[in-house]
Design a protein around this ligand. Sequence first.
Ligand SMILES: [Zn+2]
Length: 265
Amino acid sequence: MAARFAASIAALFLLTASALAATPVDQSQCSAMKAHHVLNAGAPVACERLAAVRFSYVDFEGRTHDDGIVVVLDAVAPYVDHIFAKLYERRFPIAKALPMEAFEGDDAQSMAADNSSGFNHRVVQGSERLSLHAYGVAIDLNPVENPYLTRDGTAVTVAPPQGAGYLNRRNDRPNKPARAGLAESIVHVFADNGFLVWGGDWDDPIDYQHFDIGRPLAERLAALPPGQAAVVFASAVRAYRDCIARNSDAMSAERRQICVAAPRN
Ligand SMILES: [Zn+2]
């Protein structure tokens, strides 16, 4: 009984910590998002559905910063908070994390600055399809270390251009120092918090910096009232975690493969 009581206090504390770290986008940030082309007319979610997740992170020089911010959909915010808490705990370096207002909503500028980000009302580069960043359910992490590769015939374009130094994804090369900040090492942290889709698994484009929750779930969450969206996302996360627990014999990379592919109701 005492243990159960302690557990529920701990759960309450976690809930409180998350609630503090993820706050609804306020009026002044909302105005800034509109003024700086991050949120435009016709966006699938309005400011009322967006939350700013604030977090601490360690940069590539090992310095701690307390000013990391990503803007995401309300339903996923507690899980995004958890992702960045895990990355901090593991001292996974992050170059910077500023809301897209700082870059006038321009993804190329944000990538060139090695900025990690969430919400941005934009289309998928080179198409007219709405990006899942426009739903607040996609996160780009360290774009320089994790570039975005597109193909045109045999020509490959690397974005941002500085990302060309990270086309070789191996990290255990003789006589070369290990490189930090590569997405490969934390793909399971994102998956464990409902971000099952990783652009590094794709063939064309290959988007090493990109994580999202999948388009059908994104559209469903945006259409639901916030309370119901939170319940639906929590149950999707639970289904993945249950699958991981059921497959405890498999190697960890193999478990992610099994459970990301597992059908969900
Ligand atoms: Zn992305």
